[in-house]
Design a protein around this ligand. Structure first.
Ligand SMILES: C[S@@+](CC[C@H](N)C(=O)[O-])C[C@H]1O[C@@H](n2cnc3c(N)ncnc32)[C@H](O)[C@@H]1O
Length: 239
């Protein structure tokens, strides 16, 4: 399976038009607000001596943090430009980065063969994926985990759309970082409430723990409040 040409170009275009400045992508939050608390939720279930793969790692901000908590951290992303950002932001090579389409089952199996069972971190990928590719993204998580890995997955819920609408209703329209998302044809929070747990289950993933959270963004509402997007998190093992 493959993502559509349009979807690929949306992401490639977004990342090509993004500078290396931290926080320029609206979701590029500091790890202290993201991968750090998420690691606390995952680590009680995970073997930190195994690697962790950050699926849809973008510019690798969270991946570099994960490298401090796991034996080895690898960030993979559909976009070549995103991987370029991630490598430039990590001159010391604390993490490794590679271009990979999660929907490409053969490429995912090849990665699993190369590194063996691994932990997985996936933040905000399924909610905006093309609906027909969501099962394949969930299947990629299961393939990489094998028997020994554990996953932390956090995805925006539809309630995020209300917050995004509110943000877009300011006197000047959507704030700049949010406008960039829409201008590139990206579709945040388009999965239904039930869809994410359903595709995870259908991929053979068992939920060990889960809860509600919010993903802090790097953009603000007209009244100065930070945009925090409602999300749900899951700690998962393969059945
Ligand atoms: C909303 S961003 C989140 C980035 C990163 N996970 C974070 O939390 O900072 C979604 C990322 O997933 C990547 N992505 C989307 N679909 C993908 C796919 N099929 N395979 C690999 N990466 C994908 C995009 O290029 C983008 O970098």
């Amino acid at each position: 399976m493959d993502v559509s040409q349009q979807y690929r170009e949306s992401w490639e275009g977004f990342w090509a038009a993004t500078s290396d400045a931290p926080g320029e992508a609206i979701w590029d939050a500091d790890p202290s607000l993201s991968a750090a608390p998420h690691s606390e939720l995952l680590l009680p279930y995970a073997d930190a001596a195994l690697p962790v793969v950050d699926l849809g790692c973008g510019n690798g901000t969270q991946t570099r943090y994960l490298a401090t908590r796991f034996a080895r951290a690898i960030g993979v992303d559909l976009s070549h430009a995103a991987i370029g950002h991630a490598r430039r932001a990590d001159p010391e090579g604390v993490a490794e980065f590679a271009q990979l389409d999660l929907v490409d089952g053969e490429a995912v199996r090849a990665l699993h063969e190369r590194i063996g069972d691994t932990n997985v971190y996936m933040r905000a990928v399924i909610h905006q994926s093309e609906p027909e590719t969501r099962p394949a993204v969930a299947a990629a998580v299961a393939t990489l985990l094998g028997n020994r890995g554990r996953a932390f997955v956090a995805e925006l819920t539809p309630a995020s759309q209300d917050v995004l609408r509110q943000a877009a209703q300011g006197p000047d329209g959507p704030p700049k970082k949010l406008r960039r998302v829409f201008d590139h044809g990206l579709k945040p929070a388009s999965a239904t409430e039930e869809e994410v747990p359903q595709v995870l289950r259908a991929a053979g993933l068992v939920t060990l723990d889960s809860g509600d959270t919010a993903l802090p963004q790097t953009e603000y509402l007209p009244d100065g409040t930070r945009i925090d997007l409602p999300a749900r998190w899951f700690v998962l093992a393969a059945r």
